[in-house]
Ligand binder design. Sequence first.
Ligand code: FAD
Length: 483
Amino acid sequence: MLTGSGTPITQDPGKAVNSSLHTSEGPNAGAAHDYDLFVIGGGSGGVRAARIAAQHGARVGIAEASRWGGTCVIRGCVPKKLLVLASRFPEEFDAARGFGWSLPSPTLDWAALIAAKDQEIARLEAVYAANLDAVGVQRHAARAELLGAQRLRLHSAEGVRELTATRILIASGGHPWRDSRIPGIELGLTSDDMFDLPELPAHIAVVGGGYIAVEFACLLQGLGAKVTLVHRGAQLLRGFDADLQSALLEALVARGVDVLLQRQLSALRAVGGRRELELDDGRMLSVDQVLLAIGRRPAIAGLGLDAAGVELDANGAIRVDARSRTSVPGIYAVGDVTDRVALTPAAIREGQAFADSEFGGRVTEVNYAHIPTAVFTTPEIACVGLTEAAARERVGKLRIYRARFRPLRDTLGGGTHRVMMKLVVAADSDRVLGVHMFGPEAAEMIQLLAVAIGMGATKADLDATLAVHPTLAEEWVTMRSVA
Ligand code: FAD
């Protein structure tokens, strides 16, 4: 399971397995280099790899072209979750009234929210930098470019500098994609821009149907914007269980998000300070801003991959093997730039496995089975294991358990939420193959359920567990009738 510590292939803490640092094998044996390891990118994967390698005794340098912490900390998971949390208060205010509280009309100070978020992000960035310093990793505020298998050039405010390293790890992440075939596409914002907007747009169109699109649609609506979601597919969240897809669609519409499915953006224009979207059915939309959330691409531009001979796959991601080795001996890659599983815990686990394998004498491969996933809409989506459709294809006969109910809080709070909880069980073995939830605290629940699923829990194991009452989570151990 991904959230475990990876799979040790060999364990010999006293000996660096396949390490060329002090042996005559491997890349550049015997040569003196500036570093044993140089990491390109100070995000989730790069920082973990640098820290662990340094703790294993390696001389490590790391370059970051932007801010320490990378996408997750600066313009991804963390600031997004802070905005998600902010967006949930209006529902809380409404519910509070049903529980007897009287509240004045609350208003949002957008500038105060962004300033508070910025302060927290700056604090986290400093923690990332301090953690690197604490284990002796040398930080370079610079853009790194490969010149060969063991040579790099750093471009920084101080100038250009060249250095060498026995091993190089590329952890340069990804970036939002813009479809350059669409006229005016540069007028759209991407998720990178959303955390520093001077004001909350009164009306925003979100283009896309993946998790970033639906999260932003939901949080912006919660914060008070009018949101139109435009998606080319017939369902949101491709690859998720069909019951989650329909529960989300229903909830977004109930919240007041205008959802336009099977429509594509044909052109984008600036009209008097506003944005005009032309859709492929000829419809025109006039909004204040457009968020393009139509995918991400590996960040490979300017890395000098050609110079070093590093091969890419068909999607433009760096091709790696199970131990994150690229086509060039001595050059490795982890995280989003490899396009394996574009999530922070995956990048961290890959960075850890790389460092343990190359510097810690413990060859480790990441196990990508049973990755728990959450989508921070309101309410949340979370799942682990197979969708019903995938399980049917792989296993055949299934038992499906499904519960849909109104949460207790809404009885007095007056909300209109519908919780959906679903178990996909193999009919023959009784193994729980998939767990899917749409409802409050789904992400918190799935983290723990992932432990049980990874250990091979059966439906009988869930049935044998006593419920915690009254909770939403008790439904996992009290579902009795097959849907
Ligand atoms: P990154 O974190 O992107 O770090 C790469 C770093 O490399 C960047 O700081 C970049 O500046 C630097 N860099 C690039 N090129 C160079 C160069 N040539 N020289 C020097 N430095 C360079 N994941 C989750 O698990 N949960 C979530 O809820 C979640 N929410 C997300 C929300 C949004 C809006 C986005 C965009 C992403 C989200 N993700 C989430 C995904 C997660 O952020 C990424 O999977 C993770 O950050 C990948 O880590 P990484 O180390 O591969 O790259």
